[in-house]
Ligand binder design. Structure first.
Ligand code: SF4
Ligand code: SF4
Length: 394
């Protein structure tokens, strides 16, 4: 099966194996087939026609969290994310890899109002104990209502930025956006929320990871149209930020590349505007906060250090000793591969326990939901910052 890959990218792996200790699925299984090197070799063999794209191959692809920890570790610069996305795209275009109900699910993310209504219906059913939340990988208590987002008043003529609000995060964790609005407003910067554009909301990250490139492109293009002009687009979800910074690759257009150049992870932006924030309210909190690096912030955006620069003046931070190994959330991974996701998470829970921290700061909705489901107290860094500044209630 010919896969939509760049041959040079596929040939760049020299099978050295230095990435293996950084791969969460290799760490929990110890099997070569669940390692980056094993997966790249399988992709190569399928691509040149030496092996079929059978159930075993699909299993090797599906069990990859797409954390891209292997990319950070690879001395040869193998773009593993592109290889995995190409493999999944080939499978979804040439086989029945993605069943109809999943295709519908990913498309549904384009209809934000329907998503909000569906989320509220699920929240009601949860409270009637009619939904097996844990089995479906849902948060224990979805919000019944989401707060209205109101940008804070700033001086006329103040600089202006956009805030990307997204799809699932906007339905389930809108309080994070509210904290982001408060922090950005406190710097004297005006915030504009995305324009209502048909099909906009989801950036297309989940569809990209599933290999549904057509769906992902439509979602990404609608999202671009909802942020007209040249103002920066701030993103408070690591996964969405990684996607929006790579639209040049997904769309293959100058427009996509230009849009990506306007995207910043919100912590990158706040770190450059720390001097404009007010002083902390009250005594410095003594609770220790462990910073969990979402893979799409650390390995893809390489923008995990600004989280520390933003929080360190206000909170006591502790580092985990697991070298940024994935937590197992991986977008829809924790729902589709619950056993592996749980095994990978166990290693992260052990690292957090060793750190002694009472609170975990995570800048990605998937990671925070996955860790909170294990009983941890998880907050978004902008929530912790907004609370330290007295901008929102703790
Ligand atoms: S992906 Fe990179 S680190 Fe891993 S085996 Fe290939 S060349 Fe080595
Ligand atoms: S993306 Fe993550 S899970 Fe997949 S092969 Fe690389 S390190 Fe392993």
């Amino acid at each position: 099966m010919k896969l939509p890959l760049v041959e040079d990218e596929l040939a760049s792996c020299v099978s050295c194996g230095l990435c293996l200790p950084h791969c969460p699925t290799f760490r929990v299984t110890g099997e070569e087939r669940y390692s980056p090197r094993g997966r790249i070799e399988a992709i190569r063999q399928v691509h040149i026609g030496n092996r079929p794209a059978d159930a075993s191959f699909v299993d090797m692809m599906d069990t990859c969290v797409q954390c891209r920890g292997c990319e950070t570790a690879c001395p040869s610069g193998v773009p593993f994310g592109h290889l995995m996305e190409g493999a999944r795209q080939g499978l979804s275009e040439q086989t029945r890899y993605q069943p109809w109900y999943r295709r519908i699910g990913y498309r549904t993310l384009s209809f934000h109002r329907a998503l909000l209504i569906g989320s509220r219906a699920l929240a009601l059913l949860q409270r009637s104990r009619l939904v097996p939340s844990r089995r479906l990988g849902l948060p224990e208590r979805l919000p019944l209502r989401v707060p209205a987002l109101r940008p804070h008043a700033v001086a006329v003529g103040a600089p202006r930025v956009w805030l990307h609000t997204g799809c699932v995060m906007d339905a389930w964790q809108r309080d994070v956006h509210a904290a982001a609005l408060a922090v950005i407003g406190a710097t004297g910067t005006a915030v504009t929320l995305p324009e209502r554009v048909r099909g906009a909301g989801c950036c297309g990250a989940l569809a990209t990871h599933a290999g549904l490139v057509g769906v992902a492109r439509a979602q990404a293009e609608a999202t671009m149209r909802s942020f007209p002009g040249e103002d920066l687009v701030l993103v408070d979800s690591a996964g969405c930020g990684a996607q929006l910074k790579d639209l040049g690759h997904l769309l293959g257009t100058d427009e996509g590349r230009h849009f990506s150049s306007r995207v910043r992870d919100i912590h990158e932006w706040i770190a450059e505007h720390l001097d404009r924030l007010p002083a902390a309210v009250g005594p410095r909190q003594t609770v220790q906060v462990a910073v969990q690096d979402p893979c799409h912030l650390r390995h893809v955006q390489r923008a995990h250090l600004p989280v520390r620069r933003v929080l360190a003046p206000f909170l006591d931070l502790v580092e985990l000793d697991d070298e940024g190994l994935c937590c197992g959330a991986g977008g829809a991974y924790s729902v589709l591969q619950p056993e592996l996701a749980s095994d990978i998470r166990t290693r992260k829970l052990e690292a957090i326990a060793r750190s002694g921290a009472a609170v975990v700061a995570s800048a990605n909705p998937g990671c925070s939901l996955h860790l909170a489901a294990a009983g941890l107290t998880v907050r978004h860094p902008v929530q912790l910052l907004a609370e330290s500044l007295g901008l929102v209630d703790g």
